[in-house]
Design a protein around this ligand. Structure first.
Ligand SMILES: Nc1ncnc2c1ncn2[C@@H]1O[C@H](COP(=O)(O)OP(=O)(O)OP(=O)(O)O)[C@@H](O)[C@H]1O
Ligand SMILES: [Mg+2]
Length: 458
């Protein structure tokens, strides 16, 4: 009973019963206490009767829109977070939602991971807001949840600090899952703009035609179906920060438009010639090498230089040394707590495997692996057999522990022979065998090589 009341509570509001059911199941599995309502009136009743930490509401609902609920929560429950779910056709609703105080929006369709990441971010924002309210003099913690003690990450923290103190455009680079979005948030929330909106835009995920009207808005009659004027994300981000994620995916025509905004700090709505000044700071991220794209003629050089005023380069996890341990322990603690379990530890051998694995998916992969481990294992200590097969295998390869005896022997024989300049008599002496045996072993080496060549031809 007491464990339950310590869980964070989420009120889900959606008029579609199947959607409610799926979302509820996912969030309960993540350890949240979930309440549901099928319309705004029901939601208001729940809010009046119990304390809710986060409201997640659909935008489009038959009677009263989700937007009214956002306003209701903002006006009456300052300690409650709000997240809005929108569909593509109504994404402009996100603009209003953010203006009205939703801290997060999620556009359909979204994956389970995107949902859980957005919920965690919403709670992260909520916690820091409560923390600030509770103790204004609190020492600054790690900027927005970015953990790391390695020299490589200290360098990143310095770059974030520098970027936060200016309004310059920042290009954030790094492989997938290295924390680019977290870094972008850290820059925004560490800057003088922190009380204005942070608006992420996934340039890779929005069709080109839509992207323009979404960013800049459109006037009535700008295109078929534009029955009224709508503001864009740039308007929503006024005074704050806009974050172009996957900027390397933008089309040539979009690149021209972005360049113009960066140069003139002016936008015009689709279908209008009137220019309007905007005060929006631009951050961009990419997991691609933009310079390579520039060379291939796929990315404008002038835009690259405009974006790349300050660079924050996130190192891959495999170059962060013991940060892997720090993060694994952090995620293990977090997921165990979310699932209401006692703390979980790693055996020394399991830690060795985690450390030697090369983490192609970086922190996101580590986070997912740990979450799965905590879900799948009951014991309080995670040992090597609990780890995913693939990871154990690749750790073995790194330590050379996946070779057969015959392979090891062949390699050793070749190395010894090479070390004596090909002198077979000397090599046989060192190996403690006679020359005939050595010749046989060497035949096997060259025999297996030519067999290898042969099979690769067929
Ligand atoms: N240093 C870190 N400390 C704690 N959590 C981190 C850190 N870096 C990343 N994460 C977590 O890892 C996940 C991936 O991070 P994020 O989405 O910022 O990566 P990304 O670089 O934007 O990835 P992609 O290129 O795939 O979009 C998130 O859940 C984030 O919270
Ligand atoms: Mg990202």
């Amino acid at each position: 009973m007491s464990a339950k009341s310590e869980k964070e509570s989420i009120l889900l509001v959606d008029d579609s019963a199947p959607t409610l059911e799926v979302l509820e199941r996912n969030l309960v599995a993540e350890g949240y206490h979930v309440l549901t309502a099928s319309d705004v009136a029901g939601a208001v009743a729940v809010l009046d009767s119990t304390t809710v930490d986060l409201v997640i509401t659909d935008l489009k609902m038959p009677e009263v829109s989700g937007m009214d609920l956002v306003r209701h929560v903002r006006d009456n429950f300052p300690d409650t977070g709000v997240m809005m779910i929108t569909g593509y056709p109504s994404i402009e609703g996100a603009v209003q939602a953010i203006k009205d105080g939703a801290e997060e929006y999620l556009s359909k369709p979204f994956t389970d991971e995107e949902l859980s990441a957005a919920v965690r971010r919403a709670f992260g924002n909520l916690h820091s807001r409560r923390q600030r309210a509770a103790d204004v003099t609190a020492a600054p913690s790690m900027p927005h949840g970015l953990l790391g003690e390695s020299e490589a990450m200290r360098e990143v923290f310095r770059a974030i600090g520098k970027a936060a103190s200016t309004s310059a455009t920042v290009l954030i680079t790094g492989e997938s899952g290295t924390g680019k979005e977290l870094a972008a948030r850290a820059v925004h929330y560490g800057s003088a703009r922190s009380s204005a909106p942070f608006v992420p835009v996934n340039c890779g995920g929005i069709p080109d035609g839509l992207l323009e009207s979404e960013l800049f808005g459109h006037v009535k009659g700008a295109f078929t179906g534009a029955s009224e004027s709508r503001a864009g994300l740039f308007h929503a981000a006024d005074g704050g920060t806009i974050f172009f994620d996957e900027v390397g995916e933008t089309s040539a025509s979009m690149q021209v438009k972005l360049l113009r905004v960066l140069e003139d700090k002016e936008i015009s709505m689709v279908g209008s010639n009137r220019l309007r000044k905007v005060d929006v700071r631009i951050l961009a991220a990419t997991n691609r090498d933009l310079l390579v794209l520039v060379k291939k003629g796929l990315f404008r050089k002038d835009l690259f230089y405009r974006l790349n005023v300050i660079t924050i380069a996130l190192p891959p996890l495999r170059e962060r040394g013991d940060d892997v341990m720090l993060l694994a322990t952090h995620f293990a603690r977090r997921f165990a707590a979310e699932m209401g379990r006692s703390p979980v530890q790693f055996s020394g051998r399991a830690l060795d495997v985690l450390r030697s694995y090369d983490w192609p998916g970086n922190v996101r992969e580590l986070e997912n692996v740990i979450q799965r481990l905590i879900l799948m294992t009951d014991s309080d200590t995670i040992d090597t057999p609990d780890l995913p097969q693939l990871m154990r295998f690749s750790a073995m390869r790194q330590t050379g522990l996946d070779r057969t005896l015959a392979q090891v022997e062949q390699e050793y024989v070749s190395n010894v022979l090479a070390s004596v300049g090909g002198n077979k008599t000397r090599a046989a002496q060192i190996l403690g065998i006679d020359r005939k045996t050595l010749r046989q072993k060497l035949r096997r080496v060259s025999g297996s090589e030519s067999a290898g060549e042969h099979s690769s031809e067929t």
